[in-house]
Design a protein around this ligand. Sequence first.
Ligand SMILES: [Ca+2]
Length: 530
Amino acid sequence: MAKRVLTAIGGISAGWGTVFAAILGLPGSVAAAGEQQALALPLGSRPNIVLIITDDQGYGDLSCHGNPILKTPNLDRLHAASVRFTDFQVSPTCSPTRCALMTGKHEFRSGVTHTILERERMSLRAVTLPQVLKTAGYSTGIFGKWHLGDEPEYRPDRRGFDEVFIHGAGGIGQTYPGSCGDAPGNSYFDPAILHNGKFVKPRGYCTDVFFRQATQWIEQQKGRKPFFAYISTNAPHEPLIVPEQYEQLYAGRVPEKTAKYWGMIANIDENVGRLLDQLKDWGIDRDTLVIFMNDNGGTHGCKIFNAGMKGQKGSMWLGGTRAASFWCWPGKLKPGDVDRLAAHIDILPTLAELAGAQIPAEAGPLDGRSLVPLLTNPSADWPDRYLITHVGRWPKGAVIDDFQYVRAAIRNSNYSLVFVSPQEKPQLFDLRNDYGQQKNIAEEHPEVVACLKVQYDRWWREVRPCLDFNEAAQGPPINPFKKLYWEQFPDERPTSEASPTSEGTRASEGTRASAAAAISEGATASAAGR
Ligand SMILES: [Ca+2]
């Protein structure tokens, strides 16, 4: 019951500052403390869990969501067999969503306000989803993208994952000044992957590699312990690199970038289908909960189809934050739509409840709440709530409070209040009749504007102290993934990068970082005001 009290708090929790100051426990102590406190299982058994999250695929990049050109037959099959949350919200970019998913809280509470600049690092005080599941006896594995800190203490092997098979930074081959960077010169084909502390060089295309490794790991776990496989693809994030045959599915029918991007999704779809078939072949499909979601709004498909929404990745409009959310557990969950307001922050409390895991006190109050009532009954009692979106990404060294009303939004089931900039009045939208956020009704409903703004301001005061965690952090002179790679493969170290403090290297990295940042977030430049 204690857990339900914590998770019933909703999008805004009270007194976080006090609780945070009181946190003394270390994540490493969580498992030991929790092992004695396993709870009853609401659905009668403890599922294996496979959580698939794609990178920069939008809500509209699925044929089951109405895309008129893209075909995703395997994801459609999963959709048809799942409970689907149709108003499911994530954060506008990569690290923020992953942090919220891992902690059950708005990402700002863990200091994550960007995707680079050390501001992608999830506070070391955070209690993570795999740590919670481990208290209920789960094996935990991550396959793909982490993007919550590349330094050793921030990496997933110290954050609750037993099996770690990841690239660095926000994508394969990315590099930024400071800590955030992948193995040097890394590629989507035959990538260098950090596997439990050592680089390996598996053959094949990145998405195939991640699914293949996850499948092998699942095979080792099945029948021994319940497992949590977190499959986090770097695709279809830029750069748009995909085996030719997938691009050919769409080449000539849509712009070249969209053909590559949808080709990357077609490849993901094929991998999802293979994994679903494998679970069935092994006879564990009815013991396994498969969840599929995307991490933020779309990019290269939005101009063709965006499910009627405004905005895309990097935006506080709903097109930046609405995501797919499929929950498939054959024999346990009855397929169908759930239209109640749900979010990534709900995943931790939901999986904890399904696994019978006690959420440790060190986690503090969560923003999320368990979706179990809705998974079993789409019309279950579900009190309304407030959810906050803030794009973050203010420039390094900025006065943070100047950004309180920059690219942010607060919503409940009926209304969304959007802050574009401090110079503009906030805009109000009636989401029941205008999910596309076309008609600003702020003038007609000042009382609703005032109410939502009070809640938003309260949230800002609450999270404001947490925003300093990473703000002034100085990253190491050389990316930890590069350092580790060159330690393992000294012959591959270029002479120009021989000195970690080489100014030439740093300048060059800075330039590449700016260019890469422009590319990786460029699709959102107009929405993001950059
Ligand atoms: Ca992303």
